[in-house]
Design a protein around this ligand. Structure first.
Ligand code: URA
Length: 436
């Protein structure tokens, strides 16, 4: 079937056959479909919709466009976490060593930050020498030696998604749930997992802010995972304020190391609490623990004994980074940054935080990318000093921007209005909204 005919089928609102979908994905990979034909079909899918069979068919075709990793020679259950992305969302750096210390093998393929959300690979690259570009053989070696490995998507993993996602990003066709599900799951299913836990964010800093839509996405991700034989659970979590204390690459690694060392500050607690819940879910899915309470006990032990920190240290060593950061997390912090304080504009209780504005500000001062090829400044970022529900007086310090000297003037008013203060407590936050 020629591309024109497949495009016309969807343009006219008809369902595509599995053969049509395989022909499309093959054409994306071998270059016989031009970019304008790929985007025409994707736009037709976006407008006309995809039924469940078509969505599974695209997921399978994108998954099979590359390699599916084989870890059958590793006895431990294979599990991973995927987050739909948020501001200050650093849980991967805690979940990987915690789950590994409890007996899960975690082959974590991660992404880079784009727009207002950060990416695990950028965070890891703030560790001097850390290498996220591992061949499959090296990735497996690291996984076997310390229980987890962290690397970027190679050309072998779901290459069709890589091409289609870049075109969706450039043609405003990202926010359509069946395409998002196919894109995320084709990459995660390629990790050869037994279990997958998904952290699906909802709220102002989330990729899909509205709760009803987030729930739809979570359900669809779980159904797709199950259809492909992977025990999949989703936890819907709030992204109405940044997670934990810091936003910014090196600052977030610093926060995770402080938590792994048992030296976390009060503002960092949500990062650990959410990581514990997601890891506990994974331990139950992997049958390492019979109940959530039993799983939490195992995780607390891995923290208290220092086993999780040791796993992290071993991983940093194996991936070429400087393991001394595990003894002295302060090594990650750049001296001489300019600190711009953010103050409460009135007295009362913090009712709302515009996490999108905070994430975008950190991105704009170099902590993230506007375009995929942009370079990242690992040092810059933001510290959340006060959270939703906290009582403040007008003029209290509620946050600190860490930026370069020449950016100070630009950021001074950047977060004006990002914090809403009300006279009464109007709401509190819940880390977890639902388990799907
Ligand atoms: N993340 C992905 O990997 N794919 C999407 O389509 C959206 C978010």
């Amino acid at each position: 079937m020629r591309p024109q005919e497949i495009i016309a089928t969807k343009r006219d609102g008809k369902a595509l056959s599995d053969d049509d979908i395989v022909a499309f994905i093959d054409g994306v990979c071998d270059g016989t479909w031009a970019d304008y034909q790929i985007t025409a079909l994707v736009m037709a899918m976006f407008i006309r919709g995809l039924n469940r069979r078509e969505q599974y068919s695209i997921t399978g075709a994108m998954l099979n466009s590359g390699t599916i990793m084989d870890f059958s020679d590793i006895d431990a259950p294979k599990g991973d976490k995927h987050s739909t992305g948020g501001v200050g969302d650093k849980t991967s750096l805690l979940i990987a060593p915690l789950a590994a210390a409890c007996g899960v093998a975690v082959p974590m393929i991660s992404g880079r930050g784009l727009g207002h959300t950060g990416g695990t690979l950028d965070k890891l690259e703030s560790i001097p020498g850390f290498n996220v570009n591992l061949s499959f053989a090296n990735f497996k070696k690291v996984l076997k030696k310390c229980g987890f490995a962290l690397a970027g998507q190679t050309n072998e993993i779901a290459p069709a998604d890589k091409k289609i996602y870049a075109l969706r990003d450039a043609t405003s066709t990202v926010p359509y749930i069946p395409l998002i599900v196919a894109s995320i799951m084709s990459k995660k299913l390629a990790e050869g997992l037994d279990a997958l836990v998904l952290d699906v964010k909802t709220g102002t800093g989330a990729f899909i802010p509205k709760y009803a839509e987030t729930l739809k996405l979570a359900k669809s991700l779980c159904e797709t995972g199950k259809t492909f034989g992977v025990n999949t659970k989703a936890i819907i979590t709030e992204m109405n304020q940044p997670l934990g204390k810091y936003v910014g690459n090196a600052l977030e690694v610093f926060e995770c190391l402080k938590l792994l060392r048992g030296e976390g500050e009060e503002e960092m607690k949500p990062s650990l609490d959410l990581s514990v819940e997601l890891t506990a879910t994974l331990l139950v899915q992997c049958k390492i623990a019979g109940t959530m309470e039993n799983a939490r006990d195992k995780i607390r032990r891995a923290l208290a004994t220092g086993e999780a920190l040791e796993r992290f240290r071993k991983n940093v060593e194996l991936q070429g980074g400087d393991p001394k950061i595990c003894d002295k997390p302060e090594m990650l912090l750049t001296k001489g940054l300019t600190e711009v304080k953010v103050f409460a504009e009135s007295s009362g209780y913090i009712a709302d935080v515009d996490s999108l504005a905070i994430g975008s500000m950190v991105g704009e001062i170099g902590g993230g990318r506007q375009k995929a090829e942009d370079k990242v400044d690992h040092a810059v970022g933001y510290a959340c000093i006060r959270m939703i529900g906290d009582r403040v007086q007008a003029g209290d310090e509620i946050g600190i921007i860490y930026c370069r000297k020449n950016q100070a003037a630009k950021v001074t008013d950047r977060l004006r209005g990002a914090y809403k203060v009300s006279r009464e407590i109007t709401r509190t936050t819940k880390l977890i909204r639902a388990v799907v």
